[in-house]
Write a protein that binds this ligand. Structure first.
Ligand code: HEC
Length: 151
């Protein structure tokens, strides 16, 4: 595992500890509203911003075996993801999509990509992407930050 990912995981663990600690403190004081504010503050203070660099490493580990990411590259098991952000789902001309994606009913944005990548089977039930998805919000944010650089 690249050390950036290990570092991010350590930061997340640290954030969880902080959140637990502040929840206990403020819970005892009975200041429910304040404790929520403190938890939100603690989470914001230590949650790393999305990083295209970490996303590139995640893409190499999880996606590159099936997806090309360069202009004009031939489709692999999955379609080329160059300029995927902003384009219609299922719209790479030289790729045969499943019926689920072929409809093109969706524009790939940070939001729709986040939903799809969290659980590709749920979002596209007849879809053919044989990947379980990325369960961590921060991993999806990093991969999407990377996809946004592919233009
Ligand atoms: C084992 C192969 C495989 C892996 C690994 C994989 N994909 Fe896919 N992906 C596919 C296939 C196949 C499709 C086409 C699905 C369909 O037609 O329903 C697809 C479709 C997509 C699409 C829709 C593209 C379009 O043109 O509409 C996106 C976005 C996508 N994958 C992103 C990812 C990301 C990001 C990862 C890594 C987290 C990933 N995929 C990992 C095989 C894979």
């Amino acid at each position: 595992m690249p050390s950036a990912i290990t570092a991010a995981a350590a930061q997340i663990r640290q954030a969880r500890r902080l959140i637990r600690a502040s929840a206990v403190l403020f819970g005892l004081a009975g200041l429910a509203g304040l404790s929520l504010g403190a938890v939100a503050f603690a989470a914001r203070a230590v949650t790393p911003a999305p990083s295209a660099e970490r996303g590139a490493a995640l893409f190499a580990a999880h996606c590159a075996s099936c997806h090309a990411s360069r202009l004009g590259a031939a489709p692999n098991i999955g379609p080329n993801l160059f300029r995927v952000v902003g384009r219609r789902s299922g719209s790479e001309p030289d790729y045969r999509y499943s019926a689920s994606l072929k409809t093109g009913s969706l524009i790939w944005t940070a939001t729709t990509l986040d939903l799809y990548l969290a659980d590709p089977k749920e979002k596209a039930p007849a879809g053919r992407m044989p990947h379980p998805g990325l369960k961590l919000d921060s991993e999806r944010a990093d991969v999407i930050a990377y996809l946004e650089t592919l233009r």
